[in-house]
Design a protein around this ligand. Structure first.
Ligand SMILES: Cc1ncc(COP(=O)(O)O)c(C=O)c1O
Length: 404
């Protein structure tokens, strides 16, 4: 007999009252079913029940990124653990890596890979808010022998979306031996990713953004080519917890419906993740395409309101992400002021992440259940709050009319 589900306070209410609406670019709001999965009594990590749940999660994680042939890894840790998996398993000391940089997270990936002995060349976007140009990419790859290139699909610091389909096509044509690694932490679940069809070798992401679960899980899919590179490396794997030598047999076992052990799985997080992945894939690929379109629509709504307030997007036209909007604050206001006032009205937005312009822009996340469950009214609440906060603050700044 299965045990009864414990009640989560307010979980039956659609809007989960009693908390501020999270409108940051991750973690994001989660559905009641995801919360409830988290609050179940823990299962044994080697039980048949958990094995079924984990197997389902692994299979679904591939579907979200358009991979039939890839090997999924779901490991306790944050998104950063995906970077470490790439460094530990695919990089050998002295390997050359090309990092495409469109913001803060490109720098993070670069410094992670450097710590594994990679010789990193950084290809920067021409200016803040722009993607890397395909022409520059072609020139950077020509006649070189990079072991891998990394691309941040959506850099969460700038909201810049990189055109991974075209980037992968250029890389495959000019430097076919180079592995293509996609950081999809801020894109899987709300942007189009066709890993197999576009020839991407690694897609790494995390549970807490558009995937719609809680922070705490690193998700990574490796292509057969990436696994081949890993298995034919000549030097020992660098690291222990991130080693695929440890994790690959475990993931293969669960995929085959058998339990295995290397490090206790965070059973409740995995359960919540599988719920979230089932929601994403419940209507198959068509449903995923509609979900992506819903994110784009929410992004357009938010940007239209920002434009009415005179707030320009940081991101150049055509490179705007679906799940995140970065906008400059109006002249005379600061990000800190806007965030404080929005917080007081029950909406949590994020400030700038780039040190040089930190207080001059804000970032608003619109991902997951806030977008797809329109009954929650989250997007209206976010747009209404932004409008109210900025008009109030501008009004307060206006000088008193002179009296005669
Ligand atoms: C694009 C990108 N990559 C990597 C990370 C690192 O993920 P985590 O904070 O879960 O370690 C983040 C975090 O926001 C991110 O946005």
């Amino acid at each position: 007999m299965s045990s009864p589900k414990p009640q989560i306070p307010n979980s039956k209410k659609r809007d989960q009252p009693g908390h501020k609406l999270l409108a940051i670019p991750g973690p994001v709001e989660v559905g009641n079913n995801v919360l409830e999965a988290l609050a179940q009594p823990p299962l044994s990590h080697v039980s048949p029940d958990f094995t079924r749940i984990f197997q389902q999660g692994l299979l679904l994680s591939k579907k979200v990124v358009g991979s039939a042939s890839g090997q999924p890894f779901i490991i306790a840790g944050s998104g950063t653990l995906g970077w470490d998996q790439v460094g530990a398993n695919l990089v050998e000391r002295g390997d050359r890596v090309l990092v495409l940089r469109t913001g803060y997270f490109g720098d993070g990936f670069s410094s992670c890979l450097t710590s594994y002995g990679a010789k990193v060349t950084t290809l920067k976007a021409p200016s803040l808010g722009e993607p890397v140009s395909l022409g520059d990419l072609e020139s950077a790859l020509l006649g070189q022998n990079f072991k891998l290139i990394t691309v941040t699909h959506v850099d969460t610091s700038t909201g810049v979306l990189s055109d991974i389909k075209s980037i992968a096509a250029v890389a495959r044509r000019v430097s076919p031996q180079t592995l293509i690694v996609l950081d999809a932490v801020c894109s899987a679940g709300c942007e189009d990713i066709k890993m197999d069809a576009w020839g991407i070798d690694v897609v790494l992401t995390a549970s807490q953004k558009a995937i719609g679960a809680l922070p705490g899980l690193s998700l990574l899919i490796a292509s057969p080519r990436a696994l081949e590179t890993y298995s034919t490396r000549t030097s020992p794997i660098q690291g222990y917890y991130a080693s695929w030598q440890k994790w690959l047999p475990i993931m293969e076992a669960y995929m085959a419906g058998k339990a295995a052990y290397f490090g206790t799985q965070p059973v409740n997080l995995v359960r919540a993740l599988t719920e979230a992945l089932q929601d994403i894939m419940k209507n198959g690929e068509e449903g995923l395409a509609l979900r992506i379109e819903a994110h784009r629509k929410a992004a357009r709504r938010l940007r239209a309101v920002a434009a009415q307030l005179g707030m320009k997007t940081l991101t150049s036209r055509g490179a705007e992400a679906a799940g995140l909007t970065a906008v400059w604050v109006p002249e005379g206001l600061t990000a800190t002021k806007i965030l404080q006032r929005a917080g007081a009205k029950g909406v949590v937005m994020a400030g700038g992440l780039l040190a040089e312009v930190k207080d001059r822009y804000i970032r608003i996340g619109h991902m997951g259940v806030s977008v797809v469950d329109e009954r929650r009214g989250d997007i209206e609440k976010i747009t209404d709050t932004l409008y109210a906060v900025v008009t109030e603050l501008l009004e307060e700044k206006r000088p008193e009319p002179a009296t005669s």
